[in-house]
Ligand binder design. Structure first.
Ligand SMILES: Cc1cc2nc3c(=O)[nH]c(=O)nc-3n(C[C@H](O)[C@H](O)[C@H](O)COP(=O)(O)O)c2cc1C
Length: 191
């Protein structure tokens, strides 16, 4: 199993990253490989809506997405990791998602399917400060649509509410254990 973890928080070792590492633990221990990409450290321009990918399926912007496209293409499991920012994904994750317009063009305009039938799956991991009932709804919908464009089946989400300070999640061992269980479920093919 080859997992790409897209860290979307600008906070290093914050809540979402801590949870992501807990998810990835069992996969690494089970012999899988995990590659982390810290989106905030990369030079990524937002999608320009130029239509440059419509005919080729390739984005024409020359920046660090080139490497990210190849890591993502090679992975069979993707974990999109985002804090909730104003009820949605962080800007870093949104830029990543919008740049998947090139994949959307491949699938829906060029009718090219990518690694179809190989069981590739994508998951969302998110954390939020508040505990609102609908706090993750927008992020989940957006993540589902991003994975659809990538021709990756949505495998579900692991979300934690009520964590705000950078290491707040460490005070909730049950959530960290839940993240680990989520990783075990991914590894075992249950999700
Ligand atoms: C710009 C910004 C916007 C935020 N918006 C929300 C929000 O709408 N709802 C919420 O519950 N928490 C919100 N938060 C809090 C974060 O989601 C929360 O602290 C999260 O656990 C941070 O994860 P991290 O440590 O991985 O960065 C916001 C934080 C920032 C900095």
């Amino acid at each position: 199993m080859k997992m790409a973890v897209l860290l979307g928080s600008p906070r290093k070792k914050g809540n979402s990253e801590t949870l992501a590492r807990a998810v990835a633990g069992p996969i690494e221990q089970g012999g899988g490989t995990v590659e982390y990409i810290r989106l905030n450290d990369r030079n990524l321009r937002p999608c320009q809506g130029c239509g440059g990918c419509d005919k080729s399926g390739d984005c024409i912007i020359k920046d660090d997405m080139a490497e990210i496209y190849s890591v993502v293409d090679a992975a069979d499991r993707l974990l999109l990791v985002s804090p909730v920012y104003f009820y949605g994904l962080s800007a870093q994750c949104k830029i990543f998602g919008d740049r998947m317009q090139a994949k959307w063009a491949r699938k829906y305009l060029l009718k090219e399917r990518y690694r179809l039938g190989e069981g590739r799956k994508g998951y969302l991991l998110s954390s939020a400060a508040t505990k609102g009932k609908r706090i993750f709804e927008c992020s989940i919908l957006t993540a589902r649509y991003i994975f659809d464009a990538m021709d990756v089946e949505y495998g579900g989400e692991f979300v934690v509410k009520g964590v705000d300070k950078r290491k707040a999640v460490l005070e909730y061992p049950g959530e960290l254990q839940g993240a680990e269980e989520f990783g075990k479920d991914i590894l075992a093919g249950r999700i």
